[in-house]
Design a protein around this ligand. Structure first.
Ligand code: AMP
Ligand code: TRP
Length: 347
């Protein structure tokens, strides 16, 4: 029997993990630990492509590391690490840049959207500065995944196009230099896209501002407020479709473990008997239960992990071992010299 392939995924180190991240990706990360070898990364190098404060970045990465442990990632079974602690991936990114077409990169939807926002100056004062890093973002993502020769990548729907590019890079490398990389498959959850409750036509995202997302560790009062003011509609239309706002609340209720209630409410919606206060009340209760439990687990992690930075370095060692082996093989296949050993130089 073939060995089950490794699982790999990453998340950006914004200090908040949203319920979109959780239902769309991280819930799968937790589950997969029971089935396969898993490697998860807090991608601080990717975060350098958006406006950020250097003085805050380490702390945001630590916060996300803790959030992952609280969500159920078990560092005794799983390698969970911070991207900048493994420089091998950045080198692999350069090697991959040479087999990636500029045309493919400039066609990436995320690049087009993010560069359009920067161009109109709505993100920060620097206005139209669009870094090459933003263009290279998916090449680094391919290097992340392929450095571990992972075959399965659990993500939300917004990452599908990037993963298609990763497969293309693996294919091109293998056909030019000989087989090294399995082509990574995308794994979606049942909820591949959670929408903003304030604007259910847009993806729930931290970058839209606080009223557009609910944090996995958010306090009860603010969760209730956001659900109370969630955008709905003025009743079912004859088209037979559920409006985006109602659909999103039903999805959240289902994702919190109440699919039967959600099905009943969907039927009531079409019968014209659904009271939106009831749907909002139940969804809020379910989310409050989830976020309350998550806050407790977060506090437990902080009590347990007394030396977080030591834990982070221990994980880095594990990850570097794996990535270093792949990088050495890729360098050799591409015809490069092995790296020279560093020698201390008096300054
Ligand atoms: P990010 O915070 O952008 O690094 O995303 C981390 C993971 O969460 C990725 O796999 C995303 O696809 C997923 N994700 C982020 N926002 C959502 C959302 N609103 N719905 C579903 N998945 C999401
Ligand atoms: N680009 C992903 C996001 O924005 C994060 C990411 C970086 C990632 N490297 C990865 C996801 C490797 C999966 C695999 O959400």
């Amino acid at each position: 029997m073939a060995t089950p392939s490794r699982v790999y995924s990453g998340i950006q180190p914004t200090a908040v993990m949203t319920i979109g991240n959780y239902f769309g990706a991280v819930k799968n990360w937790v589950r997969l630990q029971d089935e396969r070898e898993c490697i998860y990364c807090v991608v601080d190098l990717h975060a350098l492509t958006a406006p950020y404060e250097a003085g805050d970045l380490r702390n945001s990465a630590r916060e996300m590391f803790v959030s992952l442990l609280a969500a159920g990632i078990d560092p005794d079974r799983t390698t969970v690490y911070i991207q900048s602690t493994v420089p091998e991936q950045s080198e692999l990114c350069w090697l991959f840049a040479t087999i990636t077409s500029l045309g493919d990169l400039s066609r990436m939807t995320q690049f087009k959207e993010k560069s359009a926002l920067l161009k109109d100056g709505s993100v920060d004062d620097e206005g139209s500065f669009i870094s090459a890093g933003l263009l290279f973002y998916p090449v680094l993502q391919a290097a992340d995944i392929l450095a571990y020769r992972a075959g399965c990548v659990p993500v939300g729907q917004d990452q599908s196009q990037h993963l298609e590019l990763s497969r293309g890079i693996a294919r091109r490398f293998n056909s030019r230099f000989g087989f090294l990389f399995p082509e990574p498959e995308t794994l979606l959850t049942h909820v591949p896209k959670v929408m903003s409750t304030a604007d259910p036509t847009r993806k729930m995202s931290k970058s839209l501002g606080p009223k557009h997302y609910i944090g996995l560790f958010e306090e009860e009062a603010s969760v209730r407020k956001k659900i109370r003011s969630a955008v709905t509609d003025s009743g079912a239309t004859p088209s037979g479709e559920v409006s985006p706002g109602i659909e999103n609340l039903l999805t959240l209720l289902t994702a919190c473990g109440h699919p039967d209630d959600a099905d009943q409410m969907r039927a009531d919606y079409f019968a014209g008997t659904l009271r939106y206060v009831d749907l909002k009340g139940q969804t809020a209760d379910a989310l409050v239960a989830l976020t309350g439990e998550m806050r407790e687990r977060r506090a437990d992690v902080l009590r347990r992990e007394t030396d977080l930075d030591a834990r982070i370095m221990e994980m880095a060692e594990r990850a570097r071992g794996m990535a270093g082996e792949t990088l050495a093989r890729a360098r050799e296949k591409m015809g490069l010299f092995p790296p020279g050993a560093p020698r201390a130089v008096a300054t």
